[in-house]
Design a protein around this ligand. Structure first.
Ligand code: ADP
Length: 397
């Protein structure tokens, strides 16, 4: 019987999962997948490490009504593939750790209370993350549940990067620039430290560009600043989210156009960004194929904003030694990468068109002063590593 760690990433209507086998002190992936459409049109898909489909099932909505039911179905679906493995812990991606939770944490009743108290800071994500933990506690009673926070990597920001220009009592009440995608940044940072310790000790801007997008300036492995702030709305435009917006626009929409909080939430989270600007799609592939000028404009604005933030983060760190592209857009969208880097010669950034077109791991012009890298991110394996570290520490105390 071998030991395994299950990693869960629970969203509003989906649970993504990945199973890692514990081999010595390492976690090796064995299978992954997701249950989508919980409560509506549930669909489970799971694949092994060679991408062979292990399970592909659909149910009527009421048969998988909530996260608890979804986890039961997931475990049934992958059951045969995990025979002979004992789940020793479940690691959870939790979007918000608030001002104080800056490291992975074993979740007990007390900790659950802390996570619930943070719900107002991330009302669209945190309740679902908590539902995932509750579901896993019921499905695996007695098995340690470990929360890993997207905010944790950024908690060591200097105060200047952490605050808004508001009276200090707002900061004390938790109105801060938390930053997100921390597990992705931490993964990339560890990867660079393994590949090239000297580079990892320098100044690196990581552009995590996916459906949700942000950038982070990392110096010597530490997050110096990030484009996301109090919520995952801030920073660059995203698939459906607006990114940075003048707060005066919101006041205007409320006062002059009668929009309320629900209207603004719908607009800023769901109908802005690439989708809202183009009126076509949130997916870069659709926009690149489209001949509609609004699609081209949306991509152009996206590239502009990302380029601006690279400059801003380089300024925050006193320079830049490497730019790393990651996540769906960063890893794949060659044309956008080239457009983002246009005009960044003053930071020593120059892209080799052939390397970029070939999606090489290194796309800078040879001999250029600033490295430009393309790397796949892997938040789940970062969580699995955190889980093993925490289990190991608790065994030794
Ligand atoms: P999430 O934030 O949901 O994890 P991903 O990191 O998977 O998102 O990124 C998804 C996005 O990546 C897609 O919506 C699409 O815009 C973009 N993308 C994926 N593959 C390609 C590709 N080959 N070319 C251009 N864009 C791509």
């Amino acid at each position: 019987m071998s030991d395994a760690v299950l990693v869960l990433n629970a969203g509003s209507s989906s649970i993504k999962f990945e199973l890692f086998e514990v081999v010595g002190d390492r976690a090796e992936t064995r299978l992954d997948g997701q249950m989508e459409g919980i409560g509506a049109s549930p669909h489970l898909i799971a694949r092994d490490a060679r991408r062979q489909v292990l399970a592909d099932h659909r149910w009527p909505g009421p048969d998988v009504a909530d996260h608890v039911a979804a986890l039961v179905r997931i475990m049934e679906g992958i059951g045969p593939a995990i025979e002979g493995r004992r789940i020793i812990a479940v690691g959870h991606r939790v979007v918000h750790g608030g001002p104080d939770l800056a490291a992975p944490m074993l979740v007990d009743e007390l900790a659950m209370g802390k996570l619930r108290a943070l719900m107002p800071l991330a009302p669209l994500h945190q309740p679902h993350n908590i539902a995932g933990i509750e579901a896993a506690s019921r499905r695996f009673p007695g098995v340690p549940q470990i929360a890993c926070f997207d905010t944790a990597f950024h908690r060591a920001h200097d105060w200047e990067a952490d605050t808004f220009a508001l009276p200090p009592e707002f900061y004390a009440r938790g109105i801060r620039r938390y930053g997100f995608h921390g597990l992705s940044y931490e993964y990339i940072s560890h990867l660079l430290a393994e590949e090239d310790p000297a580079l990892a000790a320098g100044r690196v801007v990581v552009a995590h560009l996916g459906n949700g997008s942000s950038l982070c300036g990392i110096r010597n492995g530490r997050s110096i600043d990030s484009t996301m702030g109090f919520t995952a709305l801030d920073g660059v435009p995203m698939g459906t989210r607006c990114g940075q917006i003048d707060p005066g626009v919101l006041l205007h929409l409320m006062q002059a156009e009668g929009m309320d909080a629900a209207d603004l939430t719908g607009l800023l989270y769901g109908n802005a960004g690439l989708k809202g600007m183009s009126g076509i799609s949130q997916d870069v592939r659709d926009l690149e194929k489209s001949t509609d000028p609004r699609a081209a404009q949306a991509l152009s604005h996206f590239a502009w904003r990302v380029r601006r933030e690279i400059g801003a983060l380089a300024a925050a760190m006193g320079g830049i030694d490497a730019l790393v592209f990651t996540a769906g857009i960063g890893e794949n969208a060659r044309t956008l990468r080239a457009r983002i880097c246009e005009g960044l010669g003053f930071l020593g950034i120059a892209i080799c068109p052939d390397r970029n077109a070939a999606n090489d791991p290194e796309i800078a012009l040879p001999g250029g002063p600033t490295r430009v890298l393309v790397r796949a991110t892997d938040e789940e394996s970062m969580i699995a590593r955190h889980v093993l570290t925490l289990l190991h520490c608790s065994k030794n105390t």
